[in-house]
Design a protein around this ligand. Sequence first.
Ligand code: ADP
Length: 485
Amino acid sequence: MSKSASDSVKVREYKLFINGEFTDAADGKTFESVDPGNKQVISSIAKAGPRDIDQAVAAAKAAFPGWARKAAAARAKALQKLAGLVLANNDTIAELESLDVGKPIRDSSKIDAVTAVDALEYFAGMATKVEGTIKPVPGPYYNLAVREPLGVIAGITPWNYPLLQAIWKIAPAVAAGNTVVIKPAEQACMSVLFLAELIQQAGFPPGVINIVPGFGEDAGDALVRNPDVAKVMFTGSTETGILIARNAADTLKTCALELGGKSAVIVYKDAPTDTAAKIAAMAIFSNQGQVCTAGSRLLLHESNHDEVLDKIIAIAKDVKLGYQMNEETTMGPLVNQEQMDRVEGYIESGKKDANLVYEHQRPNLDGFYVGPTIFDGVGNDMKIAREEIFGPVLSVITYAEEDEAIAIANNSEYGLAASIITRDVGRAMKTAQAMEAGNVWINTWGAVSSMAPYGGYKKSGYGREMGFSVMHELTQEKSIWINLR
Ligand code: ADP
């Protein structure tokens, strides 16, 4: 049974969330959100411009001293309460996320809100664990190095996991005592604006968390340049990340940048071929390939190349490409026309350079559908092996020697992730050590946890999210000297 937007989620208007209240944009502008599975308009969203951004930052700035001084346990309690509300609204969040982004409802009902709750609970616990140190300086002094929040944090997020990306910025920032302005991606912000309603219910003081949907070039840009923003936490493309870092430098604010990738999945000759095929398929087909860490380059050893590739093709054939709200759909549409054009451009380029071995049949639906697409005989210098496609397009590269596989995996301007598939512990660890990548998975792909640092090497960015690492990103040390005489 197909569910349309109006069956379950009310098609509605969303406003900006500034200083604890929902408000129109100062100039009254709005923009529309479209269901990528059928091109129907599903919502109208207030479009923040620079004036709205300034107001949101001013609200966050005014809220900061009170929030920073609040007992850490009270900050934790507010995050716990929000976690409970997100969990209770799992189904609504899943529907909004699927309608807006195109991800299959069977995935969003298990992944997005659930992972967000994990992060909210983890960082609630972290609020009371941001500790300083006492240094053994020579007498007659004590030196206390205390960790303090930075101030107003700007979170600029992408459209592939809208709610989760916002939570990964909000939760650690407010746990540490910062206040936040989130600028979600213009392509998909319904779930984040629904989250704003839950934030209001959770009882965060006005101004602690503000959410201002708008476009990158005006709202995003104004946020990055605002002198009252202390730090920019950004997830998105490398191109935009570089621009943001450049613009942030004018006011000497720091950034944490989680950017693009062209991650390799290395299958060694001893790898069990069923497992290898499953991991490789998951790495490129999850979320329609619209994942920063997508395993878009598959490195197969010449001895098991044919067997693994055949098994991946079999998995690709089983993919149910269709309307994302249908329970049986396992792959939905891409997020919008622009993304579809981009992915199709890469498929054309692949057809010229490499061997197309599988292209999934598209459903007869008026949406942005591109199915699993597999190229064999890919050279690592080809466009489809070098550039981030952000779609379900796999480039298969064949190698003969282990060192060759490692060299190919590292021969990329990106360094976000790598997967290694082997039963040989020594080979796995030697390769993990050699990978120029911020995340390495052995015999799996895509594992993330609120506890484990997450971020990139090289042009995949700098700074880390999750764990104690992000608490260090979001605090600064103050050195206090006490003369005991
Ligand atoms: P994509 O290519 O996936 O759309 P972007 O990196 O352009 O990714 O976008 C990620 C986020 O960055 C979005 O919220 C977008 O609005 C924002 N953004 C885009 N351009 C700018 C900019 N010049 N300044 C600040 N934010 C921007």
